[in-house]
Design a protein around this ligand. Structure first.
Ligand SMILES: *[C@@H]1O[C@H](CO)[C@@H](O)[C@H](O)[C@H]1NC(C)=O
Length: 488
């Protein structure tokens, strides 16, 4: 803003006192910045919370873009080519309802309930697989994807990356039973010189039981190892567990990568070709590439769907401003990355919630859950402090699981209390503006948190809250780190 326009707008404000007082006078003191915070509050322009209709691709801070870095884009935005595969826009309540399915799936996986029966997935004989009756749903609508290359010559595939899954899989020709619609060409193993099957007697095949929760099957004639994985509701993939060359970036590839070549796939995986599993199990991408990337990866999820973030493998991206907390083994299960949350501060107020509230059900960090789920006791305290800090703004109707929404259509800037998470070891994480709200529209800007059904359910630090943070998973070092301002 130039001095002239600042002077003009100040003059206008004096003349139109009542209009300007709608913004409680903030416009008079504001510089032309998106963010100008005090110690306990964020002051942001409302427009910075909204996606723009075009993709702004410059994402990575500074010049430290590494070779082993992939662009991360949101499934439902202008930066996503997957968007074109969709029939219509996904509604916010649909995204949030599907998020509830994922949370149920995570809780059942942690409490070690088997999700499906082997017979149901047709693992014993792929040829006679029985399809579950319900139409497939999504593993998570709020997911992010990256593009990797598979096979020789390599074919580019858009895979959702998921720290809550272990098996990497993609749909494969000839889609013996079923393939859902995807944006990329479906991978054809018969056209790749580096593809090979794994036999069902191999010890590699046996590992699938713990990775997928289903015992592997055996194809009747070829004795090829058959995997099956089901993601809550009715999304699943069944096919051959195989070796293949995985090309991460133009200069970096992994030979003999274990992946699922799906012949029977159902679910709306958002037009993506499958999943990249970044979980803790030995068959995850992280563990399979340990020699190359030393079990370290990091990502930054962009603030809106019109920005691009990154997913990076290897150590050098981690910078000194990242604060670490040890991984917790508290109830996290074999696949998930556990966290120990010790407290939450809203504005100037430390919530009157003890750390044992969070440890009752344990806590995990998940890239695939959209909305952070808190123990009901903690959520109630958070909501009440946040509502107090937002008292000047008119409330709007609830949005699915989100019950604290505001109509900000009359405002250009919004001032709201900072939310700070405290983790074991003293690491604190100050959530970004984009990590505080779930924005359906300017008329419905919601606090992006929801309560679990019970304090004994697992607390999940979801992907809205991780937005713009650099999140570093140092699996070898047994810790996860957070840094502010990792991407826009
Ligand atoms: C892998 O096994 C499948 C299923 O039996 C078979 O159709 C395919 O030809 C095998 N591929 C290779 C490269 O052996």
């Amino acid at each position: 803003m130039s001095y002239l326009s600042l002077a003009t707008s100040s003059l206008l404000c004096v003349l139109l006192f009542f209009l300007c007082s709608l913004e409680k006078g903030f416009a008079l003191q504001r510089s032309n910045k998106d963010i100008d915070d005090d110690h306990s509050h964020h002051h942001v322009r409302l427009s910075s919370l909204l996606p723009s209709p075009t993709c702004s691709s410059s994402s990575v801070k500074g010049s430290n873009k590494m070779k082993t870095t992939l662009d991360v884009v949101h499934k439902h935005g202008p930066c996503s080519k997957l968007n074109k595969a969709k029939k219509g826009p996904t509604s916010h309540s649909e995204i949030l309802n599907v998020d509830e399915e994922r949370v149920k799936y995570i809780n059942s996986k942690i409490s070690k309930n088997k999700l499906g029966h082997d017979d149901e997935l047709g693992l014993k004989q792929l040829d006679s697989a029985t399809l579950p009756a319900k139409s497939g749903s999504l593993i998570g609508s709020g997911n992010y994807f990256v593009v990797v290359g598979l096979g020789t010559p390599k074919k580019d595939l858009s895979l959702l990356f998921d720290t809550g899954s272990d098996l990497t899989w993609t749909q494969c020709e000839p889609c013996a039973k079923s393939c859902y619609k995807q944006q990329d060409d479906i991978f054809d193993p018969s056209k790749s010189s580096t593809y090979s099957n794994i036999t069902c007697t191999s010890s590699l095949c046996t590992q699938l039981s713990t990775a997928t929760g289903n015992d592997p099957g055996c194809a009747s004639t070829s004795k090829a190892c058959v995997y099956g994985i089901q993601y809550g509701d009715s999304s699943f993939s069944v096919g051959f567990f195989s070796h293949e060359r995985l090309t991460v970036t133009d200069t970096d590839y992994v030979d003999g990568f274990l992946f699922g070549c799906g012949q029977n796939n159902q679910g709306l995986f958002g037009g993506s070709a499958g999943l990249l599993g970044l979980g803790r199990h030995p068959i995850s991408f992280v563990q399979q590439t340990a020699a190359k990337y030393h079990k370290i990866f990091s990502y930054c999820l962009p603030s809106t769907a019109s920005n691009v973030g990154y997913l990076a493998f290897g150590a050098s991206r981690a910078s000194s401003y990242v604060k670490y907390t040890p991984f917790s083994t508290n109830s996290a299960g074999a696949s998930f990355y556990g966290l120990d949350i010790t407290g939450i501060t809203v504005g100037d107020t430390k919530l009157p919630v003890s750390s044992s509230t969070f440890s009752t059900g344990g806590a995990i960090i998940d890239s695939g859950t959209v909305i952070t789920r808190l123990p009901p006791t903690a959520y109630t305290a958070l909501r009440s402090a946040f509502r107090q800090g937002m008292a000047r703004y008119p409330m709007a109707s609830s949005l699915s699981i989100l019950d604290t929404c505001y109509d900000l259509s009359a405002y250009k800037t919004v001032i709201f209390p900072k939310i700070v998470f405290e983790f074991a070891g003293g690491a604190t994480v100050d959530l970004a503006a984009a990590g505080t709200f779930y924005v359906a529209s300017v008329k419905q800007v919601c606090l992006g948190f929801a309560p679990n059904g019970d304090d004994s359910d697992v607390t999940i630090f979801g992907n809205v809250q991780q937005k713009t943070l650099q999140v570093v998973y140092d699996v070898n070092g047994g810790k996860v780190g957070f840094g502010a301002g990792g991407c826009k």
